[in-house]
Design a protein around this ligand. Sequence first.
Ligand code: F6P
Length: 539
Amino acid sequence: MSDFDAAWAKLNAAGERARTRRIASLFDAEPGRLARLTLEAAGLTLDLSKQPWSLPEVGEMLDLARAGGVEGARARLLSGEIVNRSENRPALHVALRAPPGAGLKAAGVEVSSEVDATRAAIKRFADGVRSGAIKGATGKPFRAILHIGIGGSDLGPRLIWEALKPLDPQIELRFTANVDPAELAQAIVGLDPAETLVVVVSKTFTTLETLTNAETARAWLREALGEKGADAHLAAVSAAPATAQAFGVAPDRVFAFWDWVGGRYSLWSAVGLSCATALGFEAFEGLLAGARAMDVHFAEAPLERNAPVLLALAHIFNRNGLDRSIRAVVPYAQRLRLFAPFLQQLEMESNGKRVDAEGRPLSRGTAASVFGDAGTNGQHAFFQLLHQGTDIIPIDILAVREGSEGSPDAQRKLLANAIAQAEALLVGRPEAEVRGELKAKGLPEAHIDALAPQRTFPGDRPSSFILLERLGPEQLGALIALYEHKTFVEGVLWGINSFDQWGVELGKTLATRVLGELEGGTAGAHDPSTEALIARLKL
Ligand code: F6P
């Protein structure tokens, strides 16, 4: 048996043990537990002590990481080797946030110069728009940006804007992703085309949703400003710049990125143009600096103090050791409410795979389904299931010490809830205690028998706690990079290519076919249910 197989076997055994003990008991048995499982990385603090592993089992998980070649894979990723083999590309998003002149190479070709030049172009554009030097066709300065993109061309920028936007922005940023025209219609409510810049973001510049929305937005601009006038209001970001130009965007308004940047890892490239413009270039640089600090930590910290590695191992302990296929993510910060949707793409598109990088079926569970919402809102929605449901769902709790605005009193209440939920999930509330309380209230015995189990909390539900000192660009950059690297480490251990997404292709092809039929084209062969739907919804 290889060391790697032996390490997986140990994880199975650890999972069996973990089912028979309580996490809370590990704090008594292991005096050094909290210190050992509390990590500092790029200004973030991670507490992984409320996870179900014992300290010796953490050691075994680190052996799994070593035997699974995490260190070698990390070196290959960071040095720009071709790690996305099905598409024959590196995944060098770290180059996008490297310091100027880093000289990084993607598949042996120097890319940092292009990255630096594009960063300078983003700065010139963002500064120009903000200062009013770059104006609309009627001479008015831009007061709004409509960002059009979907998936990786949308979720990152949307998260960043929501997290960092000023209360009274100089430039308002609106987003539209869905091909449902309702989203675009709502996004432009109250916007004056003469003061609006439309930024079309698409790595491929072939995505149906984005091109449909881009055409609608361009028509909206043209109606108000004429064909020539509209051109001054269009910019594009793409890894296929020629296609963006063919769409009609002026060459000096097309910002490039490269095929070695995965869509869901692209917010650090010109995909962040709208954010850099609406927030100011300094904020964008702060974001890059925070991510860079996490990159350095990921590259240099020993595995046993490495935050992305340990977070990945904690998640694998739950996913594979304890067969937990769902994870909740709850940021106790309203400004981070889009973090769960962002992670859904990052983790589920990267690692939602059933075969390994060689095409062989995988024998282990891979990416967990991720869901979540901001705390405390989630407490009044799905936390009931987290506390008392039949499935144990591990949770990542995020909290920010310093609130971005509003009363310190409310911020303290928010933090109190974050801490209290993690505690309640861990310790629960025993039935004996509940019975005692009901008895003291004088309830009849039969009533107590029915009520007590319903008011009992089993506890022993694992959580990770991630603390940000404040929600600034640096902290946000570090947080996103933490999850990018942890997703990569998971992919390495599962044997997955985390950087392709073949699973989204079939739906796209079939939608095109169905569209043809809805528009009156020849009917194809379908199952009876599909046929009935097409017949009913046909024009
Ligand atoms: O459909 C999924 C996907 O391929 C994502 O990976 C990507 O982020 C998104 O579509 C958008 O693609 P593009 O940026 O090329 O428009």
